[in-house]
Design a protein around this ligand. Structure first.
Ligand SMILES: Nc1ncnc2c1ncn2[C@@H]1O[C@H](COP(=O)(O)OP(=O)(O)OP(=O)(O)O)[C@@H](O)[C@H]1O
Length: 308
């Protein structure tokens, strides 16, 4: 479990993380989202003691990272896969990391197997592709068999096979009861990987909720229905903030009302429904709506140009 209380980080005049409090629970995958520069990496770095908070604290299983006698066994982190520039082989790199914690060859071989690095384990890490580097970073994070995993952009640079592998891996780690804290800009992937989301914008938390609640709260969602009395229902639903579209005579697509509100209006009017389907917003839509005012490096003008 990760617990942050009033956590802040300032770099000179720049406040990268501004008084945030959150808990990352075990047994589920918690996604960490936010626009570029929102403070995600800074927060993750503070969890593992690579950056010192300007105020507040962040604890892993009740202690600061540095207070753990064997931190690799508590928290495994993939923070910057490119940081490993070494002439060592992957096998020797992991062995050297493990040596500080009494972790031996058997566990090193195990994580090499888990991350699909067998065929390149003897090769110099310096020559690794981005994807191989990511796999090695994940192998390093898993080395101490930690109860908490922090993965900053783990699918960056991975091919579709690798992306699916990370998804399966993190889901199984969470199912084993571990705490998994994961950042990614790939919304479609996050949507199928995370159970819970923490969204940062300009250093502050703008959402901290289960994935399903974030999707359900997104406005602009539509409700689709089929009814033999579709025209009468369209009239009954008419209201200033409601739009009703009809592609076929027995079908309606409604925005501005929930499925429950549509069903209740139909019941009050004595109208028969054959189908009533709430259309959830995609995570990408929900995310765009949440972070609309918090994008530091806005490309609004450009995207408007392109959309024209
Ligand atoms: N060492 C540093 N010195 C000065 N400013 C920094 C430093 N590290 C980060 N920042 C600033 O702090 C803010 C948060 O950066 P951070 O890397 O944590 O964001 P992020 O959410 O991880 O972004 P991205 O999605 O682009 O990785 C940014 O404005 C960044 O420029």
């Amino acid at each position: 479990m990760i617990t942050a209380e009033g956590l802040s980080k300032r770099y000179g005049a720049k406040t990268a993380v501004n008084d945030i409090s959150f808990t990352v629970q075990p047994g589920q995958v918690t996604g960490f989202l936010g626009p570029n520069g929102a403070g995600k990496s800074t927060t993750m770095r503070m969890v593992v003691g690579l950056d010192r908070p300007s105020a507040g604290s962040v604890l892993v299983n009740g202690k600061r990272y540095a207070e753990h006698t064997a931190p690799l066994r508590e928290v495994g982190a993939l923070l910057d896969a490119k940081a490993v520039h070494t002439g060592r082989s992957a096998y020797n790199h992991l062995l050297a990391m493990g040596a500080t914690h009494g972790i031996g060859k058997a566990r090193v071989r195990e994580v090499i197997g888990m991350t699909g690095l067998e065929s390149v384990a003897g090769k110099r890490v310096g020559g690794f592709s981005l994807g191989m580097g990511q796999r090695l970073g994940i192998a390093a994070a898993l080395l101490g068999d930690p109860a908490t995993l922090i993965l900053d952009e783990p699918v960056n640079g991975l091919d579709p096979d690798g992306v699916l592998w990370v998804r399966t891996l993190v889901r199984s780690l969470a199912a084993e009861g571990r705490t998994v804290f994961l950042s990614s800009h790939l919304m479609s992937e996050m949507a199928v990987t995370a159970d819970h989301l923490i969204v940062l914008g300009r250093g502050s938390i703008i959402a901290d909720a289960p994935m399903k609640d974030i999707l359900a709260a997104a406005s602009g969602t539509s409700v689709r229905l089929r009814s033999p009395q579709a025209a009468a229902l369209a009239q009954a639903l008419a209201a200033p903030d409601v739009t009703v579209a009809s592609a076929e005579s027995d079908q309606l697509t409604i925005t501005g009302l929930s499925a429950a509100q549509v069903g209740e209006t139909a019941a009050r009017a004595g109208i028969v429904l054959h189908e009533l389907t709430p259309g959830n917003a995609s995570l990408e839509e929900a995310y765009m709506e949440l972070t609309r005012d918090d994008v530091e490096y806005s490309t609004g003008a450009l995207t408007q140009e392109v959309a024209r």
